[in-house]
Ligand binder design. Structure first.
Ligand SMILES: Cc1cc2nc3c(=O)[nH]c(=O)nc-3n(C[C@H](O)[C@H](O)[C@H](O)COP(=O)(O)OP(=O)(O)OC[C@H]3O[C@@H](n4cnc5c(N)ncnc54)[C@H](O)[C@@H]3O)c2cc1C
Length: 429
């Protein structure tokens, strides 16, 4: 209750019209609690707007804000291994998507991250066994808290544990943000974010980062949904788009595959986004295209964009599950596999814990593929060497990686999802 009052007082002191309007809308909203994180982010954005309206030199400063560079962000205050954090708030974003906001418990602030990056979250299942999965951060990189937004997956372990058992005040374990799914350093080019359903989460953090770097960058967010009632973050995104000044070049393009009567009064397209229609709405093929959603959605759109003239190196996508390669795939590009493999070799792969053995012969099989074929219970997340969920002890032998692992790899560890054996190997799984 205190926050809206405080914001109203601040708004009346500074006399900022936009800010006051946001507060009014806020008060009108029946889901005040639900949008608190969102409005605090908008307030920060409007602080940038206010600063840029007051002084032209500040505009230049804001506009020339340097993008966070991957290396400095990653090496700064990143912690190693698991860290216990508190659940500060929980918000339902749609009937099956719930946000969890984490706060530090040890007094040390969370490191900044790059929009688009993800964290590993770990809980114990009812039998006490640890279960971990990867979740993209859906908060802005400048916020003091981390937020994840989790879709309940029927029959899924961790998503249901989070939805059913985690309450405000509980503690969970997380690892430092990491991942390569992020836009590049060229802030002058348009940024084209393309999401379907829960694939919106990395887009939200990239959008917040981009707005804090420069307001006049052209940012297009294409959002494919079934209908308005299953639409995480849609309402706050629309309010954000409405509340930003005209000079801000953020555009939201909504697509419903099955529109319902509930969404009258807002613009949307009906059907499924195709590369052709997307480029038609955009009016150009410039800038980067970052995609996240079901694998079929991404594969079709990514190849369609390339066919319609988008440079392959400008298309990136992130898969929330399953292996994905193709134009611009950041999950183990096909070309890397071909380059790093010596043909004609075969090695024995032994899983000591499960007492199973296979022969590695295929040029495109990773050690994770072999483990899964043998039905060895190993966890996996990104399948790109980012999240570290599939790390196992390498008891014997040697491996080479298809790309540099992003996760922390201790001596003797092996990141199965990006590993090819270079000798007979024994894995402790
Ligand atoms: C980089 C990255 C970012 C991600 N970001 C997000 C995010 O922002 N939000 C989000 O909601 N998710 C995200 N995910 C997905 C997330 O990591 C989990 O995969 C997801 O929550 C499902 O996990 P789960 O434990 O609930 O399901 P799991 O237990 O892993 O099960 C997944 C599916 O497999 C089925 N299944 C499980 N075991 C079996 C079996 N033995 N036989 C047959 N079927 C089975 C389940 O029924 C379910 O349909 C992300 C993933 C990655 C890699």
């Amino acid at each position: 209750m205190l926050l809206p009052v405080l914001i109203t007082v601040v708004a009346s002191i500074v006399g900022h019209r936009l800010f006051a309007e946001i507060v009014t809308r806020h008060e009108e909203s029946c889901w005040r609690k639900k949008t608190r994180e969102y409005y605090s982010a908008v307030a920060r954005q409007s602080a940038v707007v206010r600063a840029s309206q007051q002084s032209s030199s500040r505009i230049t400063q804001t506009v020339q804000n340097k993008p966070a560079d991957l290396e400095s962000v990653q090496n700064s205050d990143r912690w190693k291994g698991w860290r216990r954090v508190g659940v500060k708030s929980i918000v339902d974003e749609s009937p099956d998507c719930r946000s969890f906001v984490f706060a530090p418990l040890d007094g040390k602030q969370f490191p900044r991250f790059l929009g688009g990056q993800s964290i590993l979250v770990q809980l114990s299942d009812p039998s006490g066994k640890p279960v971990s999965r990867c979740y993209s951060l859906s908060s802005g990189p400048d916020e003091p808290h981390y937020r994840i937004t989790v879709k309940r997956v029927p029959g899924g372990k961790l998503s249901n544990l989070l939805h059913d058992t985690i309450r405000v005040g509980d503690e969970v374990e997380i690892q430092s943000p990491r991942g390569r799914f992020h836009y590049s350093a060229d802030l002058s080019a348009p940024l084209n974010l393309i999401a379907a359903g829960i694939g919106i989460t990395p887009m939200v953090s990239m959008l917040f980062q981009s707005l804090s770097e420069r307001l006049d960058r052209e940012v297009n967010l294409f959002y494919q949904l079934r209908d308005a009632s299953n639409a995480p973050f849609l309402a706050p995104l629309r309010r954000l788009a409405d509340s930003l000044p005209e000079t801000c070049r953020f555009r939201l393009h909504v697509w419903y595959s099955r529109p319902s009567a509930e969404d009258v009064g807002y613009d949307f397209e009906t059907g499924r986004i195709t590369a052709e229609k997307l480029l038609e709405q955009l009016g150009h093929e410039d800038g980067e295209f970052l995609l996240c959603g079901p694998n079929e959605f991404m594969t079709e759109l990514a190849s369609g964009l390339v066919v319609h003239g988008v440079n392959e190196s400008k298309v990136k996508f992130e898969s929330f599950g399953g292996k994905l390669t193709g134009p611009g795939a950041i999950a183990v590009p096909a070309s890397d596999i071909t380059q790093s493999t010596t043909t004609g070799q075969s090695f024995q792969v032994q899983f000591s814990g499960s007492e199973k053995t296979a022969t590695w012969v295929s040029e495109t099989q990773t050690l994770l593929d072999i483990a899964e074929q043998l039905e060895i219970p190993v966890t996996s997340g990104c399948r790109a060497g980012d999240c570290g969920a599939c790390i196992q002890k390498l008891n014997r032998g040697s491996v080479r990686y298809l790309c540099e692992p992003e996760c922390e790899v201790e001596p003797g560890d092996c990141v199965l999802c990006i590993a090819h054996p270079t000798s007979d190997v024994e894995i402790d799984a």
